[in-house]
Design a protein around this ligand. Sequence first.
Ligand code: ZN
Length: 315
Amino acid sequence: MVLRPFPDEPSVQVDCPLCGSDEAHFLMHGRDRLFGRPGWYRIVQCAVCEMKYVNPRPSVEALSRHYPDDYLPVRLPEDGASTMGRRLGRALIDLRWSSYIRAVERITGPISSSAGVVDIGCGLNEFLVRLECLRGCRGLAVDVNPGVARYIRTRLGMPVFEGTLPQAQVESGTMDLVTMNEYLEHEPDPLSVLLEARRISRSGAHLVVEVPYMGGLPSRVFGSCWSQLDVPRHLAFYTPETLEKMLKRAGYRLVHTKPFGAPFSIGISVLQSLGFRKLGRLSPLEALLIALAGAPFLPLFPWLHEFMLVVARAE
Ligand SMILES: [Zn+2]
């Protein structure tokens, strides 16, 4: 089979996003399995620092076309009556973010109502909604997606900046907590965003990053069918070691790393390995199939590290 090196879209050759080296080894090919768009992408490993990343990758403008409106993290809730399914979905989302806030506070200490908080790549702003509800703390949301920015501003009535963190021009040394939940793997220039996060943070402030865990058992077992490979939306793949190196370069000291599993992600990996495509739109039937496919793995969860939660302190 001849692999087309890249779909018909503008692409750019990039250097290692961690150390800047242009020496890299080919690792594997990946494709857009979630939405079934054509083309293959090369995933490489830096010969100097072992960072894994997509190269070449679509241009920034071309990348935006890989985020359709029904991509789950940016899919806006529908208007209409509150059904049992919606109430259950809401309860699960609240539970997820309540437990995230408690996990973060166990490391950073309590988040006060006056804390300066910025959430980068906020999606539907579920973390900051829950934080305001539980702690009375109103953070700033930052996201490049115009649809979600409009939703946060008009439907949620919360502070939001549409664009990148550097464009937001937050005052230096004013933030107590910067969060990036399933964002850094999407970012074309992650080091520059981490440097900007450090610039706006007080000394001793915390940064919380949640990213897929490259090198965990699911990434090794499922290979190019691993749900968190998700090229070309995911552009960089972090191990605990490469993430720590990048944080250090940005002026942070790692204080906590916790790998964890996610049943839904395993379900997607299983179905993609069986040849399923275009699961990204997640119809109710597909969601049920994914849950059923992930269920047998529940007893193995202590070993199935799909993501990691990393907390670092601004030096
Ligand atoms: Zn490198």
